[in-house]
Design a protein around this ligand. Sequence first.
Ligand code: PEP
Ligand code: MG
Length: 538
Amino acid sequence: MKLTGTGASEGIAVGPAFVPATGRLEPARTGIDEGEVDAELKRFEDAVEAVVAEIFETVDGLRTSGNEDEAGIFEFHMEMARDPELASAVEKRVRNLQSPEAAVLAAGEEYAAEFAAMDEYMAARADDVRDVTGQISARLMGRDASGFEALRKPSVVLAQSLAPSDTARIPKGVALAFVTAEGSRTSHVSIMARSMGIPAVVGVGPDLEAALKAKMVAVDGTEGSVITDPDRNTIAEFERVSEVFAEEREALDEYRHVEASTSEGRRIEVAANLGSASEAEDALEWGAEGVGLFRTEFLFMERDELPSEDEQYEAYAAVARAFGEKPVIIRTLDVGGDKDLPGVEQAHEDNPFLGWRGIRMSLDTPDLFKPQLRAILRAAAHGTLKVMFPMVVGVEELKAAKEILQEGRTELQEEGVEIGAVETGVMIETPAAALCAAELAAESAFFSVGTNDLVQYTLAADRGNDRLRRLQRPDHPAVLALIRQACEAAEVAGIPVGVCGEAAGEPSVIPKLIGLGVTELSMAAPSIPQAKKIVSGL
Ligand code: PEP
Ligand code: MG
């Protein structure tokens, strides 16, 4: 069967289908009888054996296909499953008449909490522990693990929708492509797919339901089409298109490390959008001249607890070090809208995109905001960091945020902690910010236009609603007029304007943005060579 949707990330993939189940594992049976203890302990041992055997197969497959790093992750899973301390923690609980399926989940939680309190490396392993204990528990309940923890071999992920917290947890190299019923080009699943460099087709609608039973799926993220259980001829055709795509990408390689200028000699910096510090090296290889947007919220979403100031410092410092003198713009936490924050109670909102998000939430939660700003100031000692505030609608918010930044700076100086200089800027992603650009420019060192949100707020068109595709246009005259206004105000104030929304990497929009006065474009790293080529041809 053929599905069509929006081609949200270019490229071709053919592979087995993976449909994640959502929701937490809830053991139906939490207690056992005294006479069952020995038999239940044996069942636990067998479940561990089975899970280890499955993971071993995954490791083997990844090694054979040359994915050493990913193989390492799953090797850790294998060790964790066999860990004698885990076994004895479970045994103790089972002897106290807890069912093994509940015991292994509880012991896993304890472990995960211990890991989370250790250094950054170990903290990042907390979710691995939960994945492993979840698999053992699922097996004890007689089902296969079916959340993302079960995604172990390279597969095409099919889902109604994918939240950033889901995609952030998928190990590199394991998702071949995303296919979702919901979503548009600027939904976060599309943004993640582009920066992971994998194809995505979103907004396929209710047809997805029938496709969920497919064993194999072929995805064309350029055309926006998906074929389930393709026959041999179709696979051969997809492979041919895939080769052409790879050749086209290769032909752009010569542009990777070019410093792009227009024919009039206007130098345009082309930077990368990052979702985590681990993407820094790849981005540099693609030719990033800096980071125009580091989306810090993914650091908060990868797991169930909030990252500490120290953990954040490590992540920001890693990017600062990797980029050295090249500028890195760290955007403060931008949750709300379609991005939930595990670990923070968020009341239900009827219109989350018009709700408590971005700087609104940060200003209301200084306990969350100030440690983030302190972490950025500390990390700035290792490179060239700038800080940027999202969802600003007026200068009062910017002033309030800068005050908290200054408090953090004073505190750190008094504590004798090393810090670096950071410039502050705002995102122009609400019509209000564009209309108040002159006032904002007087208080900012730079602007960065977030076209994803600017389009949805200007045209009153939800960025994730695929039915509104015809309205999701960054080159709509109203949007361009607002960007023009921001560029003019910035020019008067003598500050630069970048674009970090997805429009920055769209070949047909780039010339328009440059024409309006934009001087920096920031995008998913794999789009950088093409953008440099377009700029060089203007
Ligand atoms: C934007 O809105 O254009 C943007 C870059 O921010 P995000 O996509 O994270 O909302
Ligand atoms: Mg935004």
